[in-house]
Design a protein around this ligand. Structure first.
Ligand SMILES: [Mn+2]
Length: 372
């Protein structure tokens, strides 16, 4: 049995943080989703799984819903059943997108696995598919609702976090490795995390396909779907396939006291790629004479990337300041001493403002007037 598993498409997302490029990326999500559907058709998949968050909200722009319906209909016309579960962004509720539009009427081969109809039997494949939604929303594992039926192949779909001790904080929607191992499922198609990852739990394979296109600007593993093959014996093999046209990366640049704005520019420019959404984080301690106009540098380099954001998390290198190198009778010397006293007694929020004032002030004053 062949499955194409995707999730977290987030059609209609606005991407306000991408500024002018937001609209472009929003349209790209739709193009990528259509490519994913075409891949399911080309692979002769028996089943197309969408593990939640097909839409970014329950009130997406009508154009995106109509396009999703057109694409899902195309999959159905190719003889492929689509199993979709609602996610955290598009949950079943009175004003749900799945109630507002006639999905069933337009896409006869689509099954929205929720509520009374959360189980799909596929006798010709000797398989059963379960949409695993927690009975009362938050606080209950989605696997609690699982009641296995008689079939050779058992497939679950859930939209939740996977518990990884010491790595994943408690989430109101969470499955544990032990629960998955005891589930009796052959394959658990997961959504909610936007990066691809797989877990083997006993004889169950659980997998996040991740989002097919970058959604959040903090998840570098997005951009994939998963081709799943389940043998008659129940053995599962998976193959992640890159479908996303853009990727996200974060570049951390520690500003030791020697690095110059030109060197910062060079390390950013070295990653130039028109499909890359790059977030640059300037970190650590910066020299007092370090002068970088972050917005200007963004403007100068933005055409080299799909989107570029430079965030300055650095601090003035106060520990590097040798107070004795600034003579106390100079303006700059007086200034450094005054600001250091203020920083020492300031709250954390105020301290960073004083640090900035110290850095700028020293740059302006250095080598100029003498007091006496
Ligand atoms: Mn999501």
């Amino acid at each position: 049995m062949r499955i194409l598993h995707t999730a977290d498409v987030h059609l209609g997302a606005k991407f306000l943080s991408l500024g002018d490029k937001g609209q472009e990326h929003r349209r790209q999500l739709l193009r990528t989703f259509e490519q994913v559907a075409s891949l399911a058709i080309a692979q002769h998949s028996d089943l197309f799984i969408i593990a939640g968050d097909l839409f970014d909200s329950n009130n997406p722009p009508p154009f995106y819903v109509q396009e999703a319906i057109r694409i899902l209909r195309k999959v159905g016309d190719a003889g492929i059943t689509t199993c979709l579960i609602p996610g955290t962004h598009d949950p079943i509720e009175p004003r749900s997108v799945y109630n507002a539009y006639d999905f069933a009427g337009h896409c006869p081969a689509l099954r929205i696995l929720a509520g009374e109809s959360s189980t799909l039997r596929l006798p010709e494949l000797d398989a059963v598919v379960y949409g695993l939604l927690p009975p009362d929303g938050a606080g209950v594992s989605p696997l609690r609702s699982l009641r296995l039926e008689e079939a050779a192949l058992q497939i679950g779909i859930a939209h939740c976090s996977f518990h990884i001790p010491d790595r994943v904080e408690g989430d109101s929607l969470m499955v544990t490795r032990e629960e998955v191992a005891a589930s009796g499922l052959n394959y658990l198609a997961l959504g909610h995390w936007h990066s691809f990852s797989e877990f083997t739990c006993g004889s169950t394979k659980a997998c996040y396909s991740g989002a097919p296109e970058v959604i959040d600007l903090d998840q570098a593993g997005a951009g994939k779907v998963v081709l799943v093959n389940i043998e008659r014996s129940g053995d599962v093999s998976i193959q992640p396939v890159q479908v996303g046209s853009r990727r996200f990366e974060r570049l951390r640049i520690p500003l030791d006291t020697a690095i110059s704005p030109a060197a910062v520019r060079e390390s950013i420019a070295a990653l130039a790629d028109r499909s890359l959404i790059l977030e640059v984080s300037l970190e650590g301690l910066q020299a007092l004479d370090f002068q970088l106009d972050v917005e200007e540098m963004e403007r100068a380099l933005e055409d080299e990337f799909f989107a570029l954001r430079i965030v300055d998390h650095s601090h003035a290198a106060l520990s590097e300041v040798d107070i004795n190198s600034f003579a106390p009778e100079t303006v700059v010397g007086r200034y450094v001493r005054l600001m250091q006293q203020r920083i020492a007694s300031a709250s954390a929020g105020e301290a960073s403002e004083y640090e900035e004032a110290l850095r700028l002030g020293v740059a302006l004053l250095q080598g100029r007037e003498v007091l006496r």
